[in-house]
Design a protein around this ligand. Structure first.
Ligand code: ATP
Ligand code: MG
Length: 378
């Protein structure tokens, strides 16, 4: 086990890295963040902020020399950097697991190899692949295999002609064409797996998106216990088959006829797990510290039903949002990420609202949400 006050390394300095750093600090660890952005949210509070590229040899050498263990907060970190670091210190999760989650083509094939279902899809390497794709995949969504997030690198396409146009516009890069699924709802399972192979899930969240970006998470998800359990079991199975060490998030579709399909996974804590900070015995970030340091997994029990609402740059459209609307609710908790510029679609923070039930928490949270987004009609 790695004990305080060891130095932990974090590749990536966004809000996930920041919340990891806060958890590590409260447990007595020190943190070095590698992120080229001098204003990065995690870099601002880290003990050491290396402002260099993720492949920078000197910066990687410094991480290797000074850190007991290194992890990451975003899946687009070069897997090569993780593999190089692994020959010098503990790296969790391993570069090979991150590499699978970085690439939708490898990811979907891997999930299927676990005997778990995904939405029907076809691999699109070149425009001609669209001509031979199964017609049942339309209407579909064309998704770039790599470097997509928050609905970026995706296009809704009704037919082959639209798909060809979108494929060219997105740079003719390796992609998947996915059938558009009729959704009853979306859920996610955040699980952790320790170096000793022990696994544990957090309560499953029900997620609502707006413009392809997570908007609201409702916990516990309002699905049958059987379905929530299956989602958790599948996420744990994926973690096991990957021989994964760390926190892993799996997003699911629940179809209108009740089928569960894996959408995608993230080799790190997840936006839909932010509720754990305020509503679980252990947060997903403390769990990340625990898995990284070889400590036993923390208790993941839910202490109260909760709803999390994302705060995007749109909330700053008319200046500072009306924060008193969050603070006036005793069950409301505000989390801001220290980002200096509010742009549309940018995740600036989130708030949570506890309640006697998921529905009661949702009702209160949506009233506050509408005050913070006066221009949103839904
Ligand atoms: P993030 O990384 O933020 O989760 P992303 O860019 O990787 O997003 P996806 O998770 O693939 O994107 O898609 C974003 C959202 O778009 C989904 O959560 C879902 O609401 C919708 N969506 C994606 N694929 C499908 C599909 N095949 N059928 C129906 N809706 C879909
Ligand atoms: Mg997603």
């Amino acid at each position: 086990m790695i004990f305080p006050d060891a130095m932990l390394g974090m590749l990536g300095g966004g809000q996930l890295g920041r919340m990891f750093t806060l958890a590590a600090h409260s447990m007595g660890y020190r943190v070095t963040v590698l992120d080229p952005d001098p204003l990065s949210p995690a870099g601002a509070i880290a003990d050491v902020h290396l402002k260099a590229a993720y492949q920078d040899v000197e910066a990687l050498q410094q991480l290797a020399d000074t850190c007991a263990a290194v992890t990451t907060e975003f899946e687009n970190v070069p897997a090569e950097s993780l593999r190089w670091l692994a020959s010098h210190c503990a790296v969790r999760p391993a570069g090979d697991a991150v590499a699978i989650a970085q690439d939708r083509i490898r990811e979907k094939a891997f999930v299927r190899s676990c005997g778990i279902e995904v939405a029907p899809y076809a691999v699109i390497e070149k425009a001609a692949d669209l001509d031979t794709a199964d017609a049942a995949l339309f209407p579909g969504i064309l998704k770039r295999a790599r470097f997509g997030y928050d609905g970026k690198g995706q296009a809704r396409v009704a037919n082959v002609a639209e798909a060809k146009k979108a494929f060219a516009e997105m740079g003719a890069e390796s992609s998947v064409l996915e059938q558009r699924i009729a959704l009853k709802c979306e859920i996610s399972a955040v699980v952790a797996r320790g170096a000793d192979g022990s696994g544990r899930g957090f309560p499953v969240a029900e997620n609502r998106h707006r413009n392809g970006i997570l908007d609201v998470s409702i916990v516990p998800a309002r699905v049958t216990p059987e379905l929530a359990q299956r989602a958790e079991q599948w996420a744990l199975k994926i973690a096991e088959k990957l021989d994964y060490c760390g926190v892993l998030a799996v997003e699911f579709f629940v179809t209108t006829d009740g089928q569960l399909l894996v959408n995608e996974m993230a080799p790190r804590p997840h936006n839909s797990g932010h509720y754990t900070l305020d509503a679980c015995a252990t947060s997903q970030f403390e769990q990340q510290v625990r898995t990284l340091c070889g400590l036993p997994l923390g208790d993941t029990r839910l202490l109260a039903p909760v709803v999390m609402v994302n705060l995007l740059g749109e909330a700053w459209q008319h200046g500072q949002p009306q924060w008193e609307r969050v603070f006036l609710a005793p069950e409301g908790k505000l989390h801001l990420y220290g980002k200096h510029e509010a742009r549309a679609g940018r995740k600036m923070g989130h708030f949570t609202m506890l309640g006697a039930s998921a529905d009661a928490a949702l009702q209160k949270a949506l009233i506050v949400r509408s005050a913070l987004y006066p221009d949103w009609k839904d």
